[in-house]
Design a protein around this ligand. Structure first.
Ligand code: AMP
Ligand code: MN
Ligand code: MN
Ligand code: MN
Length: 280
């Protein structure tokens, strides 16, 4: 029975820096036994990752991280066990990718007005012509020395109220959950402790997510503190949700999160994988 699960990670199909196969190799080498690929708004890397995992004898979970706009903030919903060829899911994601393309040009225009030229082209270079994300803008802005690291770049240029910010127009929460379910997957609220909302608003999000058919909360996340694990475990229990665990790995250039280092779920959590065939 596997014990090392990592159910949230990115590849070059979105804003990670390892290819899907490189990600699988690194996860396997780090001792992960069950590994998901959950790129932002695309199913693009799933086939390659699945094939690479099979060769390694690593259990692979095809996934996705869907961008959602909920009461004006961006929330991420991870889908686990989605069919990589799901038409319903990919049609939904295609609309989000169109918004991404428009938003990237708009970010470029806004940064240009702020005196930073060539940001759109620079970000495009970092995305290698694949899905484009704020992370690619951030890498370009660091390279051009507009800030010393990714965190500082986001804080100064890419978040609400800053020169390169463009408000999200992502999926509806209910639609994201429905696409994932229709693709045969389980919906999970990603890194729930990271949203800039009050506790009561977070509980409202969890309630609406649960009512829409969402099944799990990411209790253990690379972007959670130890305290967050316990707070989120409690929310999961209160709403009858399962618990997931994922590093949110984006590549070795982000050394504060490494693969294969996630702690166990807190006691009392029901794991999102409890009924998966590989868990028995
Ligand atoms: P996007 O979906 O294009 O708006 O980009 C969101 C991505 O930006 C997230 O998935 C993270 O990878 C990254 N990100 C967001 N905020 C930060 C931050 N403060 N520092 C570093 N990366 C961030
Ligand atoms: Mn990301
Ligand atoms: Mn996320
Ligand atoms: Mn993520």
């Amino acid at each position: 029975m596997p014990t090392h699960y990592d159910l949230h990670a990115h590849s070059t199909a979105s804003d990670g820096t390892l290819s899907p196969s490189e990600l699988m190799r690194r996860a396997h080498a780090a001792g992960v036994e069950v590994m998901a690929l959950t790129d932002h708004d695309t199913l693009e890397g799933l086939q390659e990752a699945g094939a690479a995992a099979r060769k390694l004898g690593l259990e692979f979970v095809p996934g996705v991280e869907v961008s959602v706009t909920w009461l004006g903030i961006t929330v991420h919903i991870v889908g686990l066990g989605v069919a990589p060829d799901s038409q319903v899911l990919d049609r939904g994601l295609a609309r989000l990718r169109e918004f991404r393309d428009w938003r990237a040009e708009e970010i470029g225009r806004r940064l240009a007005k702020h005196g930073i030229d060539g940001a759109f082209e620079g970000a495009l270079g970092f995305s290698n012509g694949r899905l484009i994300s704020r992370t690619h803008f951030a890498r370009f802005l660091v390279q051009e020395r507009h800030a010393r690291d990714l965190r500082a770049v986001f804080r100064r240029f890419l978040v609400n109220g800053k020169p390169g910010f463009v408000a999200g127009q992502w999926a509806e929460l209910e639609d994201a959950v429905r696409w994932i379910r229709e693709a045969g997957g389980q919906a999970v609220i990603a890194h729930p402790a990271r949203y800039p909302i009050t506790r009561s608003k977070l509980r409202r999000l969890i309630k609406e997510f649960t009512d829409a058919g969402g099944e799990a909360l990411e209790v253990v996340s690379g972007s959670h503190s130890r305290d967050d694990y316990f707070t989120m475990a409690r929310h999961a229990r209160d709403f009858g949700l399962l618990a997931s665990a994922g590093s949110d790995y984006h590549g070795p250039e982000h050394p504060w999160i490494e693969l294969g280092r996630l702690p166990k779920l807190p006691d009392g959590c029901k794991a999102v994988w409890k009924d998966w065939p590989i868990s028995h």
